[in-house]
Design a protein around this ligand. Structure first.
Ligand SMILES: [Zn+2]
Length: 73
């Protein structure tokens, strides 16, 4: 038999995101955005570096507009 009790666990949630391109505040509960993480590998000039960025939908659309080959859908 399992005896259960109610516990309240303190946790951290993301409450605000800043777009790395335009600086706009993004409410992650009401807006979607692109999150990029990259661990650079041996064959790059950034071997071992870690980069992380967030991009709002508007900036994503502008960014993709400059692609010669659009993102896959
Ligand atoms: Zn933006």
């Amino acid at each position: 038999m399992l005896k259960k009790e109610e516990r309240f666990v303190k946790s951290q949630v993301v409450s605000e995101v800043l777009c790395n391109i335009c600086g706009k505040k993004i409410n992650p509960e009401a807006e979607d955005f692109v999150h990029i993480e990259k661990h650079w590998g041996y064959f790059s000039k950034k071997d071992g570096d870690y980069h992380e960025a967030d991009i709002c939908e508007s900036c994503w659309d502008s960014l993709c507009g400059g692609f010669k080959i659009g993102p896959e859908e």
